[in-house]
Design a protein around this ligand. Sequence first.
Ligand code: ADP
Length: 179
Amino acid sequence: MDLKIGTCTLELVTGDITKQQSDAIVNAANSRLAGGGGVDGAIHRAGGPSIMAQTRQTYPQGCPTGDAVITGAGKLAAQYVIHAVGPVWSGGDRGEQESLASAYRKCLDLAVENGCGSVACPSLSTGAYRYPVDLAAGTALSTVISFLKENQKPAVIRFVLFDDPTYAAYEAALREILE
Ligand code: ADP
């Protein structure tokens, strides 16, 4: 499913984030930037050790929740990996929604600062961090739509959703926002 916002396009697809040809791909990182499973494991496996070497050297303190940092992309087709730290879900009254929105905004700020015309994002926080996907989808999409309306870039933001239930949740959330 695609949505035009001015000259920009928001896309929802199913797929593997490591296979994306976009200028930047977003990693669902943890705050120590220490490597993990899910998206993070897949990106470091496919991209090779230079990505972790760069995060260790450039961001030895890690990255706080709700923030993001940028590195090269090693062997991946993308030019950059933007490591975003979404919140761990703990019931919804610990600022999770604001942290999730902030993580996406920081990713897009970094993408624009680094001249990226296209960015691929996974569904931050909805795997190991247990954020309910229907809630996360609404926040993720409304945040990127606001960003695109305000900034008119990057030209393409593609949500790359790993499985059909996640895709369905994002599609439903997008339809709800459009109503
Ligand atoms: P978090 O720790 O932020 O919850 P995860 O990586 O555990 O991050 O999961 C986030 C989402 O990414 C989940 O929906 C998971 O199914 C999905 N996912 C896992 N591997 C990939 C991949 N290679 N490409 C895209 N999405 C992926």
